[in-house]
Write a protein that binds this ligand. Sequence first.
Ligand SMILES: Cc1cc2nc3c(=O)[nH]c(=O)nc-3n(C[C@H](O)[C@H](O)[C@H](O)COP(=O)(O)O)c2cc1C
Length: 209
Amino acid sequence: MEFKHVVENRRAVNFFDPDKQVPDSMLKQMIEMAALSPSSFNLQPWNILVVKTPDDKARLRKLAFDQPKVTEAPVVLILLADRLGWQGNHPTFEKNFSEMQKAGSITPDKREWLENVTQNLYGASDSQQMAFACKNTGFFSMSLMLAAKSLGLDTHPMDGFDHEAVRAAFNIPDQYWIPVLLAVGYFNTTMTMGPKKWRKTYDEIVVQF
Ligand SMILES: Cc1cc2nc3c(=O)[nH]c(=O)nc-3n(C[C@H](O)[C@H](O)[C@H](O)COP(=O)(O)O)c2cc1C
């Protein structure tokens, strides 16, 4: 599917066909495509909790303002932004450091330097940790939506949910913030898609100070 078509036709789909499942292989493909997203120092501070069973979706729906798409969509992804993903000794930090050495882009003596840089840029305060986690997971989330569309799937991002209640109900460790839930499935073609939403123009977006 041409990229322009993907971008122009992705919509936050309100009605999912509850009888049309998303094969695991397709979900995997979508996640692997999104995994190619860029991230700060390639630290990839994101994880996904896949919610698929009717029971789990019903529990989640109750905590997400009773939005019907949570149970109608065959799959709902809980996006997890890892606020500690910049930290030395974090498994992804360690893997990143090791992969960079294998690729010849860093030498072992730069370890302390890298830990200091990431600490200063992303770890020095709660708000920096949150920004680090959420901006990177935001890029990843957008890639998931575009990857899904390119595979013929529809999605709906949601931040209308009780953050702490979802954390508790799904045993999500404290280091994660949940920027968004993402319903994934197929548009219910018996329903009518609302008209495309307005967007800011080029001139409204580009500013000068
Ligand atoms: C981070 C985020 C959170 C959102 N949360 C909700 C939500 O909880 N419920 C909802 O109905 N729509 C939600 N939306 C969908 C937006 O309303 C929708 O993307 C926007 O109106 C533009 O429509 P479009 O995606 O079809 O172009 C959310 C979108 C984003 C990006």
